[in-house]
Design a protein around this ligand. Sequence first.
Ligand code: SF4
Ligand code: SF4
Length: 220
Amino acid sequence: MIGTGILKGMAVTARNFVGSYFEKERLITVQYPEERSPLPENYRNFPFLIYDGDNSHAGLRCVACKICEKECPPQCIYIVKSEDKKPDYMGKPQFYPKVFDIDISVCMSCQICVEVCPFEAIKMDKEFELSQRERFDHLLLRKEQLSKCNGYYHNIQPVEAEAVDNNLADAAAAAEAKKRAAAEAAAKAAAAKAAAAATPETKPAAAASSSSQTSSGRSD
Ligand code: SF4
Ligand code: SF4
């Protein structure tokens, strides 16, 4: 019958409207900003930079490779690479961003910067209360505002952060194993070289003694 769908829809609306006075689950609005609905795990807004430990400079994972800057579709990332280096999370000396800005008035939350970063250094934030009276400078987020600790990342995206930590731990363990294998191979090569250097001294001596024996046999 024509109009059955509309009647069914209105019945659902009426049931929820009346029910919302008696059951909290039927009340889908909250008294924002005093009350807030929890954000889903995969909600994303604008990017932020991650640092490990307590020091936002020493622990910053970004190595200023500029891949995200190149790949960002609206070109809203601006990076200036440092001239000096600092140790990364594996102790390897790396450059760091002297300047790292993101213009969130332009950012379209596409997450491409996160996808292309080889160092797990940039992730999507959930912070959305960023409105400003001024449109330009006040929406340009600087490195200091963008840098947030790994604990913060675990708070907002626990499942993803756990997986990233495991990946980094595996990479660090693999790098350590490779370093140990290289050191062992170098030690073996050095020992073989030392043994080879010692051998020529014994050979001529042996050769000389055999030739003297031969020559003495002929004179007899
Ligand atoms: S989320 Fe997209 S638009 Fe925003 S900074 Fe990253 S790459 Fe650029
Ligand atoms: S955030 Fe990642 S991709 Fe971007 S410059 Fe830093 S290390 Fe490179």
